[in-house]
Design a protein. Structure first.
Length: 454
């Protein structure tokens, strides 16, 4: 079978794509100045802006968003009367966590075992490169048949809502007929997948105070209330014995209808140790796509090395709650806050601070744009048909865009399949997936333009 011209073009562009992804990964663009210099994010934003200008995008701008970060915007006009498609990615990344656990430097793109390793390689700097490849392939094969807007967010991983607030204040900026969110992933490598749902999230910091100051555990232990012990007990109240999330008033019994996730495959993808049980009840798909899930993502406490025999006067933890479609994130925030205050033991003083929040999202996969994407994916992945799945993660911008542009169709694709290990050490991207999804996106833009002309 003769290769599609778009496929041939993208294949020829892959060495350049690797070099560019290496440049982009090198920026330590964690959108938290307490961890990395803000200049790293600013440099990454400028790199993205320069890349758009090089592809003849107009009105390229670094948008100063209310959370103190920058999102990058560009517009490439298409033929008169053509529809407008917004392509989304983000250039900020999660912190690398334990750098000593990486097999290669986290901010140095490294090829190993047929994959490219580096923080952001899949989530979501690779997503921006995917958009560039699609545009370049179309320009080399008769031109881009739609008007294209690109928005690269600068604080998606922090959940601080800067781009959402900016879009609400400038509602015309991101208006489009269809929106492609390049920040999800295939169910597994080689299986073309669109994401039908996203869980929302809320993030809270809880502080417990029990004493005016730390005390000697030998002299006062057994009667004086220890804030760290109180925190352990409080956090334990957020899960049942089987690991099911238990937040007072929050429903945890929804079922997932659609593509299922076999338990053996999930255990392998999650790298669950032999003999360790999965938590929760219901199918794996129920647990990760249709039900809420609480995670303690950080605790302030003395490290083991250098620990002293002391009762802690204060303890602090950060708690994340993933909220499935059908549950309101603001209501979930209220319920979680009330639960934390109600379950603090021994009358400990409780302070709860909201850090971030985003609503869940459900796409309409029966829309015409999905038909165009299904056709494109069948060409990019010969012998495979497009599947739809859920995703346990959150992209708060999706609901903002759905509210601002209720007539727009929103599609979610991307490079974050299970082997990518996004947010973990040794994150990587499959170059084959980058190539095939870039082909699929280019063909989608062609198909979509033709469907609008029909």
């Amino acid at each position: 079978m003769t290769a599609h011209p778009i496929s041939e073009t993208v294949a020829s562009l892959m060495p350049r794509a690797k070099a560019e992804l290496a440049e982009l990964v090198a920026f330590q663009s964690v959108a938290d100045p307490a961890q990395f210099p803000k200049s790293e994010c600013e440099a990454a934003a400028n790199w993205v802006a320069d890349a758009l200008r090089a592809e003849d995008f107009q009105d390229v701008a670094l948008l100063d968003t209310p959370d103190g970060t920058q999102s990058v915007y560009g517009f490439l006009p298409g033929p008169v009367g053509a529809p407008t498609v917004l392509l989304y990615a983000h250039y900020d990344v999660q912190p690398p966590l334990d750098e000593s656990a990486w097999l290669s430097p986290p901010f140095e793109l490294t090829e190993r075992d047929g994959r490219w390793f580096g923080r952001g390689a899949a989530d979501c700097k690779g997503g921006f490169i995917m958009h560039l490849l699609a545009v370049r392939a179309l320009k080399a094969n008769g031109g881009v048949p739609v008007s294209v807007k690109v928005i690269a967010e600068g604080s998606e991983e922090q959940g601080t809502g800067g781009l959402e607030r900016y879009a609400e204040a400038h509602p015309d900026l991101l208006a489009a007929d269809t929106i492609v969110i390049g920040d999800t992933g295939n169910f597994r490598v080689g299986l073309p997948t669109v994401t039908a749902t996203l869980r929302g999230m809320t993030m809270l910091r809880v502080t417990l105070d029990t004493l005016e100051g730390n005390l000697h555990s030998g002299q006062f232990g057994g009667a004086a209330p220890d804030a760290l012990a109180a925190m352990i007990q409080l956090l334990a109240s957020l899960r049942a014995e089987d690991g099911t999330t238990t937040v007072d008033g929050l429903a945890t019994d929804a079922d997932w209808e659609g593509l299922q996730y076999p338990e053996a495959e999930f255990r392998a993808d999650a790298k669950v140790l032999d003999g360790v049980e999965l938590i929760g009840t219901g199918t794996v798909a129920d647990r990760i796509w249709a039900r809420p899930a609480v995670t303690v993502i950080g605790i302030d406490c003395p490290p083991v090395v250098g620990a002293t025999p002391s009762l802690q006067a204060t303890a602090r933890a950060q708690v994340s709650l993933r909220v499935p479609p059908g549950q309101d994130a603001a209501e979930a925030t209220q319920l979680l806050t009330a639960h934390l205050k109600a379950h603090a033991p021994w009358g400990a003083r409780v302070a709860v601070e909201q850090v971030g929040q985003g609503q869940a999202f459900r796409a309409d996969i029966s829309s015409p744009a999905y038909t165009s994407m299904a056709q494109a994916m069948e060409t990019a992945y010969p012998g495979e048909k497009m599947q739809s799945s859920g995703m346990g993660g959150s992209i708060p911008l999706c609901n903002t865009l759905a509210t601002l542009y209720p007539e727009a169709e929103i599609l979610l694709i991307g490079l974050s399949e299970p082997e990518a290990q996004i947010h973990a050490v040794n994150e990587s991207v499959s170059p084959e997936e980058l190539e095939r999804l870039s082909v699929a996106e280019a063909l989608f833009l062609q198909n979509y333009a033709e469907s609008k002309r029909a």
